[in-house]
Design a protein around this ligand. Structure first.
Ligand SMILES: Nc1ncnc2c1ncn2[C@@H]1O[C@H](COP(=O)(O)OP(=O)(O)OP(=O)(O)O)[C@@H](O)[C@H]1O
Length: 637
């Protein structure tokens, strides 16, 4: 009981110091007077904030208010059921009940929807897999219904909602969700992503109803620049959503986003949604959101930004042990969860291709792979199949790191460090969705160990399978299968994975504390462990591009690297590694990268759908306070 009280109390108190405008609505009434006075008395505000950090014991203030808070909480509690949101349009309510078949709202849904009706701009931060999609689609549609006259709506010749997504897979998924919600309205949804026929997309825009548009920045911008009719259609937009707003910027879409925003009417509602908030996103929020926007942060500052029902572990082993360990972790999981779904993230596209190829003969799970070197048609097909599958494994680059909702993923393995802590959070967020349990394993080598420091506030423990390493390395059957798989690898693929590895890790020197030369040594170990007879030769030019001179590279004039001892790997001629494909491959890892930052701490398991009430919110009633808050939001890093 006490935890529940504290959890409801804590965010409210947090608001007292960072977002005073929210007080009147979200704080239990018995506490509100104290917190209101906190606005006038900064010392009290800071005391309240400190008190709010305690998990397991109450401060005097909290203890003396427990009864009162509990009583009052009943009266001021946020709604938990969709049918409590009385202002919902009947068609929205119908879709939720009949199509989605949801009754209870998740925390972020309850936070956002309880503000309806509102055309306020919003910036919403909530953990991965907690139902953000409906939390922005519903308000966007409600705004359209409130702000568009019925004659215009019935014509169906202008776009009213525009949703921008960083990746094609996510855009397609969002379009599907939008179709379900828009069904009862008889609204049409267009999905505009790259890799698909632009001509066909234009034809559909010209011949079918146009209501909701979901797209990726590149294709949207292209259409804006080259299709005047599309520009005209966008003039009707009443709600703009940036999903995974952080990633949109990290992927270098800032200019595209700005030009998309410029082509929309100024009078609109803008909704930013993300599980993480970076400095860059704040800068674009400044120009794209109205100054009195509402910031809703559903992540308790005293809690990790990952879902607590996901068991997270790490292991540090050299490459030689990593592959057998990975194979064992996957097979152990298969024994416990035969119908499970596993996702394995690799840092580069080339590495993803290589691991997928290696594991074809190593796993009894049905195997899929997804990365940017596949055609869009293949990506869509793979994504659909993996979504519907059970007992399956997906080897993937970061194209699947954010937003993508594959139901029932039971294990996420990250082999090698992700580009940032935020990317770790998003990747792990592919499991433990909608309150379900899940497991996450991060596998790093000694060179990458320093990255673990950036995760120190997340609840990671040492992986237990590592304790069986001796036994695993002596498992003759496993080692034989591994060796056979390695021998079957295409030398070109190994070469490409090698150069991509170098490109990726030489760009990560901000978190790797080792000398640069160690990266070359690690790359050599990596590629020979995965099947190359010896490390590929690299041109001086290529090495120079990575910031190595020939002495620091340790490369001999005859090609290859001076090698460290290794055992049990296949033998293959060196000629096959004679070309340099870095420039070609740079795109493959560059494209898949994304980032930002964050943290918190642990120890409360909860289902995010239902009764847990830890949250904070913006105030829809007091625009001056909102502006004060917005100033503080922007001035904080
Ligand atoms: N009210 C609800 N009740 C039950 N399940 C829900 C509810 N809302 C959403 N879901 C389900 O929860 C899962 C996660 O939802 P969604 O993809 O919207 O999360 P998200 O917060 O956007 O995740 P991410 O941060 O990874 O993008 C989906 O499978 C969705 O169908």
């Amino acid at each position: 009981m006490s935890i529940r009280i504290l959890s409801s109390l804590r965010p409210a108190l947090r608001l007292a110091t960072i977002q005073t405008s929210a007080l009147s609505r979200s704080i239990p009434r018995s506490v509100a007077p104290a917190v209101s006075s906190a606005k006038a008395f900064p010392a009290l505000a800071s005391y309240l904030q400190r008190s709010a950090g305690f998990h397991s014991h109450s401060t005097l203030f909290q203890a003396s208010n427990q009864e009162a808070v509990l009583t009052e909480e009943v009266e001021t509690e946020l709604p938990t059921r969709f049918d409590e949101i009385k202002s919902l349009h009947p068609n929205t309510a119908k879709a939720i009940q009949k199509v989605f078949k949801y009754e209870t709202m998740s925390k972020v849904q309850s936070e956002v929807l309880s503000m309806l009706p509102t055309d306020n701009d919003m910036f919403v931060k909530a953990k991965t897999g907690t139902g953000k999609t409906l939390a922005f689609l519903i308000p966007a549609l409600e705004t359209v219904m409130a702000k568009t006259d019925s004659k215009t709506l019935s014509r169906g010749d202008i776009a009213t909602v525009l949703v921008v997504s960083p990746t094609r897979e996510l855009a397609q998924q969002l379009a599907e969700e939008a179709r379900k919600l828009a069904g009862p309205f008889r609204f049409n949804v267009h999905c505009l992503v790259g890799g698909e026929s632009k001509g066909l997309q234009i034809r559909k825009l010209n011949t079918k109803r146009v209501d909701i548009i979901v797209g990726t920045p590149g294709r949207l911008n292209d259409m804006i620049e080259t299709v005047p009719e599309f520009r005209r259609q966008l003039e009707g937009v009443k709600a703009l959503v940036l999903d995974e707003a952080d990633q949109l910027l990290d992927m270098g879409f800032k200019d595209s986003i700005e030009s998309i925003v410029e082509s929309l009417p100024r009078e609109r509602q803008t909704l930013f949604f993300s599980a993480t908030v970076s400095r860059q996103i704040k800068s674009i929020a400044r120009t794209s959101l109205k100054p009195d926007f509402t910031f809703i942060d559903c992540v308790d500052p005293n809690e990790a930004n990952t879902n607590l029902q996901v068991n997270q572990s790490f292991c540090v082993t050299p490459y030689e042990q990593q592959l057998p360990l990975l194979a064992r972790i996957i097979e152990d999981h298969k024994k416990v969860v035969p119908n499970g779904k596993v996702m394995v993230f690799l840092p580069t596209t080339r590495g993803t291709q290589l691991y997928a190829s290696l594991f074809e003969s190593l796993t009894s799970y049905r195997l899929y792979s997804l990365h940017s070197k596949k055609s869009q048609e293949q990506r869509t097909r793979t994504s659909d199949r993996f979504r519907k599958s059970t007992g399956s494994i997906l080897f993937t680059s970061d194209v699947s790191a954010r937003g993508v909702d594959y139901p029932d993923v039971s294990l996420v393995i990250q082999v090698g460090i992700p580009s940032t802590k935020e990317q770790y959070i998003h990747r792990i967020g592919r499991t433990g969705r909608a309150g379900k349990t899940g497991e996450g394993v991060l596998m790093v080598t000694p060179m990458e160990k320093s990255f673990l420091n950036t995760l120190s506030d997340l609840p990671l423990t040492a992986n237990e399978t590592v304790n069986n390493l001796d036994e695993i390395m002596q498992d003759e059957k496993l080692m034989e299968r591994l060796n056979r798989a390695k021998q079957a690898q295409d030398p070109d693929m190994l070469h490409d994975a090698f150069t991509a590895f170098l490109g990726y890790y030489t760009g990560r020197t901000d978190v790797l504390t080792c000398p640069k030369r160690d990266i070359l040594e690690a790359a050599k170990e990596y590629v020979t462990t995965l099947g190359a007879d010896e490390p590929p030769h690299l041109s001086e030019n290529f090495l120079a591009k990575l910031g190595f001179n020939s002495r620091s590279s340790g490369q001999s004039s005859r090609g290859g690297f001076s090698s460290r001892g290794r055992d049990g790997y296949s033998s293959r001629g060196r000629d096959s590694f004679s070309r340099d494909s870095f420039s070609r491959d740079r795109n493959s890892y560059g494209k898949d990268r994304s980032s930002s930052r964050f943290g918190g701490s642990r120890d409360r398991r909860q289902n995010d759908y239902g009764r847990d009430k830890s949250f904070s919110r913006g105030d829809r009633d007091n625009s001056k306070d909102r502006r004060d808050f917005s100033d503080r939001f922007f001035s904080k890093d």
